[in-house]
Write a protein that binds this ligand. Sequence first.
Ligand code: PLP
Length: 476
Amino acid sequence: MKKHIVLKTPVPGPRSMELLEARRAAVPRGVSNITPIAVARGEGAIIEDVDGNRLIDFAGGIGVLNAGHAPPAVVRAVQQQAEKYLHTCFSVALNEPYVRLAEAMNRITPGAFAKKTFFVNSGAEAVENAVKIARSHTRRAGIICFEDAFHGRTLLGMSLTSKTSPYKDHFGPYAPDIHRMPYAYCYRCPWGKKFPGCNIECGHFLTDFFKRYVEPDTVAALLIEPILGEGGFVVPPPEYYPILTKICRDHGILVIADEVQTGFGRTGRMWASEHYAIEPDILVTAKSLAAGLPIASITGRAEIMDAPMEGSIGGTFGGNPVAAAAALAVIEQFEKHNLPERARKVGEKVRARFEGLWKKCPAVGNVRGAGAMQAIEFVRDRTTKEPAKDLVRDIVRLCYERGLVVLSAGTYGNVIRTLMPLVITDEQLEEGLDVLEGAVLEAAQAHMPAPAETPLPVPAVGPALGPVTGEAKHAT
Ligand code: PLP
């Protein structure tokens, strides 16, 4: 019995379809729509569409709503700030929410050293600025990034991003001085090894990389997503980053952590870097920072952040006071309600259901994740691991037709990922998981009728995170 999902019309309903038609005429096709749902209001983990249907949200506006849709305390903070003033441009006149938020970010990010923070408008812009600052500090140009990485859609963001279509579709030429390494993608290990017992060759490969591809003294920074986001929620083994960061330190190379998707409690810690005891020289985040208002942050060691000369970084809207006030209220919600802990609990329930699905459904190739950032990678065959993209497309469609919004991911588009608001109730979570499970089983049956006895080869699940090799310290 569905309690939270209420469907008054088929999804999409007539009013959603009307808006979709208008959108087709007014908005270019390049800006795509994953679902055909038009939203009327949102609350917690529930979306109500313009036809009066109520859906459970496992997408959170692509990981933006960890604190929920329209958290009342955040809405109040926005209203209060909007009544005072909407904009100053930080370069023209200071605004207090900006400065207070910078202090808060310096406090809550990993590393017990002096830090500084500034703000821009999007994740891509934050990554660009982290690169600019790393180059300014080191006086080197090279950036090492990873296969299957996603860092945004600006020219530099796209150049740092791995997946070609659609993100790099005839948009070149791309930015130079970018060098790409294989990632610790255990399910599809580039070295054909199995974890454990692989000696983390993917990490030690960085030393070889410096011999074959780029000289270390020309490299400003290693840019990591501690856990891949768009690339399919790939979780490296615990030993991976300690190896990489040690090699970087030996060569004076900075470590930039892109926590745009992994940040703000998603993985069961405030930052995914904490699972690996990484203290990044620069950490960028965006998405769930302000519960939907556009703001992104760049936080780093004070001496690094002060490298660019006065007037060389910033922008018109960066650190807008309304967005900054929202972010301060979000941080308060995180601290008051311990949302990272809630992410762990949500993640345990999701993980148990996904592992159950792995036992029942041969199309489930791999289950992995950390905290509430969980994923299933679907394959047409568990031995060949041929990606099952069409199956995932059908699962996403079946889900929204039945009242659950869920997203795919992965270079091959064959991963289902969970980005539900962390304030989701247990009942809503179970109801959403019921819909997802039903859709997976039904779509898998249609795509690849299973033989009566299906062998279940290992490994079923990705490497477990923890125990971590150490604890990242925080400034007090
Ligand atoms: N970096 C990561 C890890 C992301 O997941 C994203 C967006 O999905 C970005 C950067 C780009 O952020 P934005 O879309 O706000 O520019």
